[in-house]
Structures are given as structure tokens and as C-alpha cells.
Design a protein around this ligand. Structure first.
Ligand SMILES: C[S@@+](CC[C@H](N)C(=O)[O-])C[C@H]1O[C@@H](n2cnc3c(N)ncnc32)[C@H](O)[C@@H]1O
Length: 326
């Protein structure tokens, strides 16, 4: 928890209070060609990290970030890159189809909660020079592998800290807001909207796990999948049904001329582009916790994983896309 001075206003976020005060971080001109004045929750000045163009704006120790979310999956977990890459394989074609027209005249783009970076990398190649793409995430290890002259990587918590105001022609966030508690999510949406230039476009894509949770499944696979969703919901502020509420939240926050689209598909064994590895790895990550909590036995989990590899007709979570203008 950050130290809080008496009288400082707070926003309530899961498991901690983040003090809001007048502290500002002023940086040298960045990759987007302008100096940033970023309200910084600690009020201290942070030196720019001298590598990978990465910056931290959340703590006194470079590289340390206090998170407004208790994000369940950590980049240090050896399978995390494979899990994120599988998610990208399942989602990227649909996202690129939506971004293609939205990015047509964009010169500055923000990819928030950029994960393993496939969409940030695609935007970096897609936007003609001298366009700029800022990719931010609370975990930047995988983003730092990328090298693209148009791409800037920044460690940033979209719920806790504001983004440069009126800066981007296009902002995209995918499968990230659903990890945040409602107050943090509202703050993140406000930060994303305020970072858009007037007339700028926002595309938000968030999941609703209903199709997965209602898929045809044999026992004990049904129990493993249902309990894994329940466990991550107990251990973090995640809302696995958020996709069905994203339209209402964005219109209430002021997004206008909105459009929506939803997509899903069957997870087919052996077809990597259907995202089976994303779910299988997530189940494996949570396995020790589930067994320890007495939710399922090791033997039943083994059976469930064998069942998972059969063509069951498991349906990938629905991705609800909502886009519009500031
Ligand atoms: C499920 S992954 C999705 C990654 C990527 N958007 C994609 O769709 O491929 C969620 C990402 O959100 C990031 N994240 C979670 N909370 C965040 C926050 N408060 N601010 C910025 N990023 C956050 C995580 O580190 C992770 O990379």
C-alpha cells in the first residue's frame, strides 16, 4: 500500500487505497513527440528508466509498480507468455478486422494492457511513419522483447494513473478491464477516454465467459472449468461476465456514435488458432490452488485434462467489442 498523507483523497481499489494528490510527473518529450505531464500517485519524481524506453510511474523504486488490480497471472510464471500468445492467436484476426478501418487515419495510438504485444506490434507496423504507438501494461517483460521504431513501451497502471490527455487518435484495450474492480474499471475507462483526442476512436473488447461455462462438457471437466472461474473470481476482482456490461459503461462514460460486435468460436483440439492452449494453461496454473482448496482431486484433474484434449465443443468466451468516438 502506498503511504497516505492525512487529508489526501482516496479512491478505493481492491486490497489497497491509492492516495490522489497533486503530484505530477513531467518527462522529457516522448516518442509521441510531446512532453508528458502525468499525475503521479506518489507525488515523487521518478527518473526515466534508461533501457527499452520503458518508464515507471508508480513507485519510488524503478521497476516496482503498485497495482490497482490484483492481476492473477504474473509474467514470472514460466507458461505466461504461451498463455498470452494463445489468447492472441484466438483474438487477433477479429481485432485486426475491427482496427483496420478505425486506424485508417490514426497517427498516434495507445494499446492499453498490451500483454504479449501482438496488437501493439501490428499497429506499429500498420501506422505509416511518423506515426507512434504507445503500449502500456503493468507487466512489460514481454513487450520489451519487441523492437519497432514507432513503438514505445511503458509500465503503467491504467486504473491508478492518468494517461497523457487529448493525445491519441486511437485507443484499444482488450481483455483487461474485466480484471479490475468496478471503481478501478470506471477510473480506467475515464483515463482511456481522456487520453483520446477530440473525435478520437476507442475500441474496447472484453470477454463474457458465459458461452464457455455453458458449453457441453463431461464430468469432471465441467467441474474443473466452472471451479476455475469461481476460484479466480474469489482470488481477484475479475468479473468474467463483464463483456455484457461494457456497452452500458462506455456510453455512460460519454463514448458516442457507438457500434458493437461480438464473436466466439469452438475450441478445436490441434487448431492453435482456436485458443485451446490459453485455457489449458490457465487451468494448469490454477490446478494447485484448486486441489489445495479441495475443489477437485489430482486424479479428477488428470481426467479433466484428457477430456479437454477431446473434441468436446467447448466454446471460447465471447468477446464483446464496443467502439465509438470521444
Ligand atoms: C488477459 S491479458 C490481455 C492482454 C492483451 N490485451 C491481449 O488481449 O492479448 C490482460 C493484460 O492486462 C494487464 N493488466 C491488468 N491490469 C492492468 C492495469 N491495471 N493496467 C494496465 N494493464 C493491466 C495484464 O498485465 C495483462 O497483460
Amino acid at each position: 500500500m502506498r503511504p497516505q498523507r492525512p487529508g489526501q483523497p482516496c479512491v478505493e481499489v481492491p486490497h489497497q487505497h491509492v492516495p490522489l494528490h497533486g503530484g505530477m510527473l513531467v518527462t522529457a518529450p516522448d516518442a509521441l513527440g510531446h512532453a508528458l505531464v502525468v499525475p503521479c500517485a506518489t507525488g515523487t519524481r521518478h527518473p526515466r528508466n534508461g533501457h527499452h524506453g520503458r518508464r515507471d510511474c508508480a513507485g519510488d523504486t524503478p521497476g516496482r509498480l503498485e497495482m490497482s488490480s490484483t492481476y492473477f497471472f504474473q509474467e514470472a510464471w514460466p507458461e505466461e507468455l504461451a498463455r498470452l500468445t494463445s489468447l492472441e492467436a484466438a483474438l487477433d484476426p477479429g481485432t485486426k478486422a475491427l482496427l483496420e478501418p478505425l486506424s485508417r487515419n490514426a497517427k498516434t495510438c495507445l494499446e492499453a494492457g498490451a500483454g504479449a504485444g501482438s496488437i501493439a506490434g501490428w499497429l506499429g507496423e500498420h501506422i505509416p511513419p511518423p506515426g507512434r504507438v504507445l503500449a502500456c501494461d503493468i507487466q512489460t517483460k514481454f513487450l520489451e522483447r519487441m523492437s519497432n521504431a514507432q513503438l514505445e513501451i511503458r509500465r503503467h497502471d491504467i486504473a491508478a494513473d492518468a494517461l497523457p490527455a487529448d493525445s491519441f487518435d486511437l485507443v484499444h484495450v482488450r481483455w483487461t478491464l474485466f480484471w479490475l474492480a468496478p471503481a478501478s474499471r470506471a477510473a480506467a475507462v475515464a483515463h482511456l477516454l481522456s487520453s483520446l483526442r477530440p473525435e478520437g476512436r476507442l475500441l474496447v473488447e472484453e470477454p463474457d465467459f458465459a458461452p464457455l461455462l455453458h458449453s457441453p462438457m463431461p464430468a469432471p471437466l465441467d467441474q474443473v472449468i466452472t471451479e476455475h472461474a469461481r476460484l479466480i473470481s474469489e482470488r481477484s476482482p475479475v468479473d468474467v461476465t463483464y463483456g455484457r456490461r461494457v456497452y452500458a459503461d462506455l456510453t455512460a462514460a460519454g463514448l458516442r456514435d457507438t457500434r458493437t460486435a461480438a464473436r466466439t468460436h469452438v475450441i478445436e483440439p490441434g487448431r492453435t488458432e482456436t485458443g485451446g492452449a490459453w485455457l489449458r494453461l490457465a487451468l494448469n496454473r490454477i490446478r494447485p490452488d484448486m486441489v489445495r482448496a479441495g475443489m477437485v482431486t489430482e486424479a479428477a484433474f488428470d481426467v479433466a485434462l484428457r477430456q479437454f484434449d477431446e473434441p468436446n465443443g467447448l466454446v471460447f468466451p465471447l468477446t464483446m467489442a464496443v467502439w465509438g468516438q470521444k
